[in-house]
Design a protein around this ligand. Structure first.
Ligand code: AHM
Ligand code: MG
Length: 339
């Protein structure tokens, strides 16, 4: 007998706690998870099925797409457009929103996703993942426009990611804490392996791409310089660096053993307000991190309160251990008030 509750049972039991629930949300989640199992399978087979390498196309943000970016995006669209629970979708890999074809029924939710986060890592067999966020479609709207997707992170109904690493993990929040599951390939089901995840308030581990040091603002440089100084500096203890270049893997590590992650604002022309996208990356990860007891900021305000004004808008992201995030925010306030 295997130990642990299946994801299917978990979400049905959650549904029973909400007597007025129609079951629509539960079925939508199941469909998302099925799509991610298919992506997991393709990622896992990799070069055996010739899905590695560049697709030689650019996405709307001018980034080169990998074959797996496009395949994962197509899997999500095809697995979810027919389900009847969505009124529309938006993805990091598509310029415009994806309306549900008239041949399918429409539902009350909107789905936004990054089909394959960290895809620069596909050829090197380093962990990558799918990030998703479920929003409510405005009441009475069956034909959503781009504007309907532009919701602050605090309005998310659910956020999650599936990490394709040595194991395939699903991590999910609906605003009642964070739970983690591991895919049991033998039975094709996710099993609840990490219930009620929490992030320690303090940490000695930080993740940032230090090659961008010269482009950062003074408060971020100050913070990182103090960490570099370790036991000899004002922090009086040593810190350790990690950088996977897959946000989904960084957030997973933070959920498992703590830490802080930064992709701050910088002065490069193509980055400016940050590299990561509000809707597909920053908001869902912030929801998960806050629900696990961590914090998330742009450096100047709580990230999930920022009102997006375009679909692919980018934002500075600083998230993880609460004490560190508060310290970095303080450094921004001090720097701004001195200006
Ligand atoms: P992607 O969605 O195109 O993969 O880009 C997002 C990724 C994040 O997962 C990661 O934190 C960051 O880009 C790494 O950027 P860099 O290569 O500048 O270090
Ligand atoms: Mg991404």
């Amino acid at each position: 007998m295997r130990k642990g509750m299946t994801f299917t049972r978990f979400i049905f039991e959650e549904q029973r706690r909400v007597p007025e629930s129609t079951g629509e949300f539960t079925l939508l989640l199941n469909a998302i998870v099925t799509a991610c199992k298919e992506i997991s399978d393709d990622v896992n087979r990799g070069q055996l099925i010739n899905v590695l390498g560049s697709a030689n196309t650019e996405n709307v943000q001018g980034e080169m797409q990998k074959k797996l970016d496009i395949i994962s995006n197509d899997i999500m669209l095809k697995a979810l457009e027919w389900c009847g629970h969505l009124a529309g979708m938006a993805s990091e890999e598509m310029e415009n929103i994806y309306p549900i074809s008239p041949q399918f029924p429409r539902g009350k939710y909107l789905l936004v996703f990054d089909p394959l986060d960290g895809s620069s890592n596909t050829e090197v067999n380093v962990s990558i993942g799918t990030i998703f966020s479920i929003l409510r479609c405005p009441e009475g709207t069956t034909d959503p426009t781009e504007e309907d997707f532009l919701q602050a992170g605090t309005r998310q109904v659910c956020a999650g990611y599936v990490l394709y690493g040595p194991a395939t993990n699903l991590v999910l929040t609906t605003g009642q804490g964070v739970n983690g599951f591991t895919l049991d390939h033998d039975i094709g089901e996710f099993i609840l392996t990490h219930p009620k995840l929490t992030i320690p308030e303090d940490t000695n581990e930080f993740a940032i791409n230090t090659s961008n040091f010269r482009y950062w603002e003074p408060p971020v440089r100050r913070y990182i310089e103090e960490l570099f100084a370790g036991a000899d500096g004002p922090r009086g203890r040593d810190f350790n660096t990690r950088w996977v270049a897959s946000m989904v893997a960084e957030v997973h590590r933070i959920l498992m053993r703590g830490g802080v992650f930064l992709y701050p604002k910088d002065s490069r022309e193509n980055i400016g307000e940050g590299k990561l996208r509000i809707l597909y990356e920053a908001n869902p990860m912030s929801f998960i991190v806050e629900q696990a007891g961590g914090a998330s900021t742009t450096g100047r305000e709580r990230l999930m309160t920022v009102q997006p004004y375009t679909l692919h808008q980018r934002i500075p992201v600083i998230l993880g251990a609460r004490f560190e995030v508060e310290r970095i925010t303080r450094y921004h306030l001090i720097a701004d008030s001195a200006d």
